[in-house]
Structure formats: structure tokens, C-alpha cells
Design a protein around this ligand. Structure first.
Ligand code: F6P
Ligand code: MG
Length: 468
């Protein structure tokens, strides 16, 4: 199952696909090379070091082939169940070159690691993920305080009823989802153009309020209805699934949303879906979940121990106030208990890193599909998930979201909610003429033929499809 509308290609010079291949990938691969070079030179096992150097060379070679627009070569059999799928896809596409390929198919770089003995589970993006999470400190602390107040308040208001109380609940749901949405604006693959200061500005509550007008489509009301309806029907098990995107700050806000859904009783279970291999660039791996809980478990150690770079510059981070540390510990207690009691579950599936779009989910990952049908609501985080939902196709932007997600639309049995800040070309569900208006804004692309407004994470779409 694929869209009839053609997908974005790296050969289309007006697309972000092309800009990504030309400008972003070299920076990202260079970052991976630097990271691995650093780890290799720090390790004292000679065999491991040699193997690390070999992987560095392979990455350098990959960068060369990309920048010289060579043809893609089949992925070597690294034991991944997806290798045949990727190679079959490549063959079907006629083994194209790096600058003439559908964007969705060409961002897997894990083979060299998988084939190694010592670096199998090494995540080249891990260092960057942790550093960026540490530098999100102001927003992390602000949200921790807010979360604690909220949960305490919710417990006190438990038996309240009435129209006013219901309205407050709804407003809260919107706020939590919007926190979760904007947490996606700061993925590391766009870090090539943002400074840490920009990131901090993007993450604060003021920024969030100011950004409300930038949500072009907002279907949160429909999602809220699904959850309140299931609750009022007295269903014993009401699950929400979150198909995760990035680690660090975004995972933190995903947990804020998950914890809120459980504490408020809007869900009885939350299932989180991470990736199985390191993915563009900052996507959550199961280990990132553990690392985040670990950081919150001992917040002083996490925030007060100087990073590698700080050590080199002889700097040390400011200490954490006791109140701040205790608010972070509160979060840890809450989430660790939910996890231990089986309310908060991590469920990886290799489908999330397969080539191809989610149009193929019902036929290619039957068990996963059946599983998602038993959920009240499946939340898809971030840009890449949105591209995969819509087949990354060049839809007319006034096409409805339910049409653009094809087999996962009405009748699929899956309630879909996409929380996406726009960082690519594809956009659907807009009012007629809205795309043109956005293009006419400053930096929106004008008459260049490029939908530039949709590239930077400034605008967002929150789209719902009722599949039941
Ligand atoms: O380069 C690919 C990509 O996955 C794009 O979808 C997007 O520009 C970015 O990288 C990832 O964004 P997100 O982390 O929100 O999926
Ligand atoms: Mg991502």
C-alpha cells in the first residue's frame, strides 16, 4: 500500500528533501564521525579501537558517496529483519543515487555498527542527546514545578464535578498536549541551525502561549472527546499509545503528558513506542528512557557533574536548588512507580524504522496493527511520524488528513492523533489558500516554489482521525 500522489524526492530542488540531503546530512554524518572518533580515542582496548576506526572510515566513505551523488548500494546483511525490505525497495526504485531518491527511504546508517563486535549497541547520537537535555535545564525545571502542583491539585479536586470543573479539565488537557507538541520543535537534526539559547527560548511557557496562534490545525477537542467518552462508559482498561519521536527534552514532555493522562484518569495505561536502532538524530531508543529516569533519580549528580566539554574548559554548572531537586525527584517517583506497576509501558517494534510509510502498517506489521486497534488513542509525535503517516507525498495542502493517511483513516479501527511541528514539506488539512498566505509571510518561501514556512518548526499541525 502506497500513496498514488508522488513522494518528495531529494532531486526536487525546491524541497526540504533536497536541502536535507545537501546541507543537513553532511553535518549530521560529520557529527557522527566526530562522536565516534572521540569515543574511539578514549577507549583503551586495542581491538575495539581498531574496529571503531574502521567504522569511522566507513562513515567518511558514506559521506563521500552522498556528496558525490553516487548510487546507493544495497545494505549489507547486518542481521536486521529490515535489510531485505530496504534492499528490495532500492531495487524497485532502480538503485538511484543520493540526489534522486524518495526522502523517506534513505536515512538508515546503522549497518557498520550492527556488523561490529564491540560497537553493536553504540548510539552515535547519545552524547548529543544528553548534552542537549542538560542544556534544557530551565524548561525542565519550570515544567517539573508545574507538574507537581498540577498533580497535587488534581488529587485535591478528585471528587469535584460540574461544568466549571469540566471546563478546567479540558483546558488542562489542551495545555498538556501543547507542551508535548512544542517539545518536538527542538529535535537535534535541526540543531544544525539553532543555538542552545534559541532552544531555551523555544521551550519556556511564555514561548508556548505565544505559539498557540501558530497551530494551523487543532483537533485536540476531538481527541479529548474520545478519551472522556471512554471514561464515562466505564471501560476498565483505557489505553493511550504514544509513538515517540526524540529523546531528551521531548521524551521528558511526553512523560509529562503520559503522567498527566494517568493521574487525571483519562487513561489507565500508556504505551510508549521507541525506535529499535539509533534514528534521525535524536529519536528515542529504549535506553534513552532508562537514561532519563536515571537522570531524574539523582538530579544533583546529573546537573552538577561537569560534562566532557565543561571539564575541558574548567567550568562547572551552577548547583541545583533543593526545591528544584525535590521537584525532579517527585517526577521520578511518580513515573518510576507508574512504570513498575505496569501503567507506563515501553513497547519497541522494528516496524517504526522500516523503509516506507505507515500506509503499509496494516499489511506489513499485522500484530502491531491489531495491538494499536485496542488503544483508545494513538498519538504520533513529531515530523517524521507525520511524514510517514501521510506517505511523505506531495498532497495538495487542502487534502483532508483522514484522506492523506489512507489505510489508517476512517474504518481502520485506529484513532490517530498527530502532534507535529512542521519540519518538512508535506502539509495537509489546511484551509484553501492558507498555504499561499503562509508562503507570503517573511521567510515563507514566496514565489520560489518552496514551502519554506513548513521547514523550521515554527508552525504546527495537530490532526485527528477517528478510525473506529
Ligand atoms: O531529515 C529527516 C527528518 O526526519 C525530518 O522528518 C525532519 O526534518 C527531522 O529530520 C526530524 O524531525 P522529528 O524529530 O520531528 O521527526
Ligand atoms: Mg526525530
Amino acid at each position: 500500500h502506497d500513496t498514488k500522489t508522488h513522494p518528495y524526492l531529494t532531486s526536487d530542488k525546491t524541497s526540504f528533501a533536497y536541502i536535507s540531503a545537501r546541507d543537513r546530512w553532511p553535518v549530521i554524518v560529520t557529527g557522527a564521525i566526530d562522536d565516534l572518533y572521540r569515543s574511539t580515542s578514549q577507549c583503551d582496548d586495542a581491538a575495539k579501537q581498531d574496529e571503531g576506526k574502521k567504522i569511522v572510515e566507513e562513515l567518511v566513505h558514506l559521506k563521500y558517496e552522498l556528496q558525490h551523488d553516487r548510487n546507493l548500494t544495497p545494505i549489507r546483511d547486518d542481521g536486521g529483519a529490515d535489510v531485505t525490505l530496504y534492499n528490495h525497495e532500492l531495487e524497485k526504485l532502480g538503485t538511484p543515487s543520493w540526489f534522486s531518491i524518495p526522502w523517506l527511504y534513505c536515512e538508515r546508517i546503522s549497518t557498520s555498527f550492527n556488523l561490529s563486535s564491540y560497537w553493536k549497541s553504540y548510539d552515535v547520537f547519545s552524547r548529543q542527546k544528553i548534552n542537549t537535555f542538560r542544556s534544557s535545564r530551565p524548561a525542565v525545571l519550570e515544567l517539573a514545578g508545574r507538574y507537581k502542583d498540577l498533580v497535587t491539585q488534581m488529587q485535591a479536586d478528585k471528587n469535584k464535578t460540574g461544568a466549571e470543573h469540566e471546563e478546567t479539565q479540558k483546558v488542562l488537557f489542551f495545555e498538556m498536549c501543547e507542551i508535548c507538541l512544542w517539545g518536538n520543535a527542538t529535535d537535534l537534526s535541526l540543531l544544525t541551525s539553532l543555538t542552545y539559547e534559541d532552544i531555551q527560548k523555544l521551550q519556556g511557557s511564555e514561548a508556548r502561549k505565544a505559539s498557540e496562534k501558530n497551530i494551523l490545525v487543532n483537533d485536540l477537542g476531538a481527541a479529548y472527546e474520545v478519551l472522556t467518552k471512554a471514561k464515562s462508559e466505564g471501560k476498565a482498561e483505557r489505553r493511550v499509545d504514544i509513538v515517540l519521536d526524540n529523546a531528551g527534552f521531548e521524551l521528558y514532555v511526553d512523560l509529562i503528558l503520559a503522567g498527566y493522562l494517568l493521574s487525571s484518569g483519562l487513561a489507565t495505561h500508556v504505551v510508549l513506542h521507541p525506535k529499535s536502532i539509533p534514528w534521525f538524530v535524536s529519536d528515542v531508543l529504549p535506553g534513552d528512557f532508562a537514561a532519563l529516569l536515571g537522570a531524574l533519580a539523582s538530579p544533583k549528580t546529573f546537573y552538577e557533574t561537569p560534562s566532557e566539554d565543561e571539564k575541558l574548559q574548567d567550568k562547572s554548572p551552577p548547583p541545583l536548588a533543593d526545591k528544584e531537586a525535590s521537584e525532579l525527584s517527585f517526577l521520578f517517583q511518580e513515573w518510576a512507580t507508574m512504570h513498575a506497576e505496569g501503567q507506563l509501558i515501553l513497547r519497541p517494534n522494528t516496524f517504526w524504522t522500516h523503509p516506507g510509510s505507515y500506509w503499509r502498517l496494516p499489511t506489513e506489521a499485522k500484530d502491531l496493527y491489531e495491538d494499536l486497534k485496542t488503544s483508545e488513542l494513538v498519538v504520533f509525535k513529531g515530523d517524521l511520524n507525520y511524514r510517514k503517516l501521510t506517505g511523505d507525498a506531495a498532497w495538495d495542502p487542502s487534502t483532508s488528513f483522514v484522506e492523506a493517511i489512507g489505510p489508517l483513516g476512517p474504518g481502520s479501527g485506529v484513532n490517530v492523533l498527530a502532534l507535529r511541528t512542521c519540519k518538512a514539506d508535506v502539509a495537509v488539512g489546511l484551509k484553501p489558500g492558507e498555504d499561499e498566505e503562509l508562503r507570503a509571510t517573511e521567510g515563507g518561501g514566496g514565489d520560489s516554489g518552496a514551502r519554506k514556512w513548513a521547514w523550521s518548526g515554527k508552525w504546527a499541525v495537530v490532526s485527528f482521525s477517528g478510525g473506529k
